[in-house]
Write a protein that binds this ligand. Structure first.
Ligand code: F3S
Length: 288
């Protein structure tokens, strides 16, 4: 069995920064609004340091960490009104999308966001134009309002999906359409890497949190080239016997998956493979 790691995988710059800031500030009495990143191992480690995750704005006079993918502006305002100190771990690339949207909304553009309408990042971006954006989550029935339009993307979107949506909008729009491709480079590189790797292997393991958008996109891309794709949080979530029939196995990980989870997966796969080989040698001795 050959195990091949995607050359670009795991923590992106934004997540690394957020995790470092959160751990630097971690202490009892510090709160995180929502999961810092969509990975339960990271969230549990923070909890061990005393950081409690909250999902309301009742907290007062405390330190509150704002997650890497951001929050609705009203949440931020309420937390500040209640005299909380904000530890802003929002990725600068997400902040950049806020600024673009805010700027063009004030200039009278309709805002279109291509992304998942339930994802906190998209909800946060939409709040920068007074929740007025048209959000495009699938390619069927795309409708946009009349007038000049600015389009941005969820930073972790699938590049192909974004491009298809843009082409449809340009076809149906009679007015000016301005496009900012705000898919972050880290997302793009991870997608390219798994696109290439998935063509060369018999099975792909994608490691990442259940709620992680970018992890799901990696699995979707891998499935285009490989029939056997397994999206799991940790290698302990799967029966390794499934992999006996495969020769080459690719491993990648979402942008919020810690390196320790990747190392553990590689280590367990390699040990499993060695165990299999030992068993095969034992059996051949028995036959002699
Ligand atoms: Fe930021 Fe891109 Fe990571 S937007 S959080 S660097 S996936």
């Amino acid at each position: 069995m050959e195990i091949i790691l995607a050359d670009v995988r795991g923590f992106c710059g934004g997540v690394k920064r957020a995790v470092k800031m959160a751990f630097d500030n971690a202490a009892k009495g510090v709160y995180s609004y929502g999961d810092l990143v969509h990975n339960e191992f990271v969230v549990k480690e923070l909890e061990k340091k005393g950081v409690l995750t909250i999902d309301d704005t009742n907290i007062e006079n405390s330190k509150v960490i704002i997650r890497s993918h951001g929050v609705h502006k009203k949440i931020l305002d309420k937390l500040e009104e209640k005299n909380n100190e904000i530890i802003n771990c929002v990725c600068p690339k997400v902040e950049k999308v806020y600024n673009i949207v805010d700027n063009f909304y004030k200039k009278g553009y309709n805002i279109v966001i291509i992304g998942n309408n339930k994802h906190p990042e998209v909800i946060g971006i939409n709040s920068r134009c007074n929740d007025s954006a048209t959000i495009i989550s699938n390619l069927e029935d795309i409708k946009i309002p009349e007038g000049k339009t600015l389009i941005v993307s969820q930073t972790t979107n699938n590049v192909d999906f974004f491009e298809k949506a843009i082409n449809i909008i340009k076809d149906i729009s009679k007015d000016e359409v301005l496009v900012y491709n705000t898919i972050c480079n880290a997302t793009f590189k991870r997608q390219e890497s798994i696109r290439n790797l998935s063509k060369k292997v018999d099975a792909v393991i994608v490691l990442g949190g259940k709620k992680s958008s970018n992890t799901k996109k990696l699995a979707e891309i891998a499935k285009l080239n490989c029939k056997n794709v397994f999206l799991i949080q940790s290698i302990n979530d799967i029966d390794l016997n499934i992999f006996k029939k495969f020769n080459k196995i690719g491993i990648t990980a979402g942008a919020s998956t810690p390196e320790s989870v990747i190392k553990e997966a590689v280590c367990r796969m390699e040990n499993f493979d060695k165990g299999e080989m030992m068993e095969a040698i034992d059996n051949s001795f028995k036959r002699i």
